[in-house]
Design a protein. Structure first.
Length: 151
């Protein structure tokens, strides 16, 4: 038996935009199923939102996403929570961070630059005691990423 795990991100109305953003960062193909596609009457609010979205990249990178029913938040922190650094400590109310590892600093830097556009830096990408490159950021959709070069 083979097991895999894939992150399933929950959004307050921006799942389609988020998946397209991640496609621009990681490449691949996006597939979208909307609530109206699975029987919700098209005239109801939210029928055009994502009930099942998926990004599959050729290198194996994959994300799933959907829009939380009845949510249409303009502030990602309302859905995702917040993370910050304070006195050398990471302070967060999130239940998880999305980890991204690369083989080289160059590859990591490319993804960092793309992900942080429109987002915020929590910990700048720099050498650390355990990696030639480590950093944390929250992207424009409220997802906090921990990026590092594999040891």
């Amino acid at each position: 038996m083979t097991l895999t795990t894939t992150t399933h991100l929950n959004f307050g109305g921006t799942a389609h935009q988020a998946l397209e953003f991640y496609r621009s960062v990681f490449g691949g193909e996006v597939s979208i199923t909307r609530y109206r596609d699975v029987g919700m009457p098209a005239e109801l609010p939210g029928a055009d939102k994502v009930v099942f979205g998926r990004l599959d990249a050729a290198d194996g990178f994959r994300l799933l996403a959907y829009d939380i029913p009845g949510r249409d938040d303009s502030d990602p922190a309302e859905t995702a929570g917040t993370t910050r650094r304070e006195n050398g400590t990471t302070i967060t109310d999130r239940t998880f961070f999305q980890s991204l590892q690369a083989d080289t600093l160059g590859e990591l830097q490319e993804r960092w630059t793309a992900l942080v556009a429109g987002g915020s830096v929590i910990e700048p990408l720099a050498a650390s005691a355990w990696s030639p490159g480590f950093g944390m950021l929250t992207d424009r959709f409220g997802v906090t990423w921990v990026l590092d070069v594999r040891g």
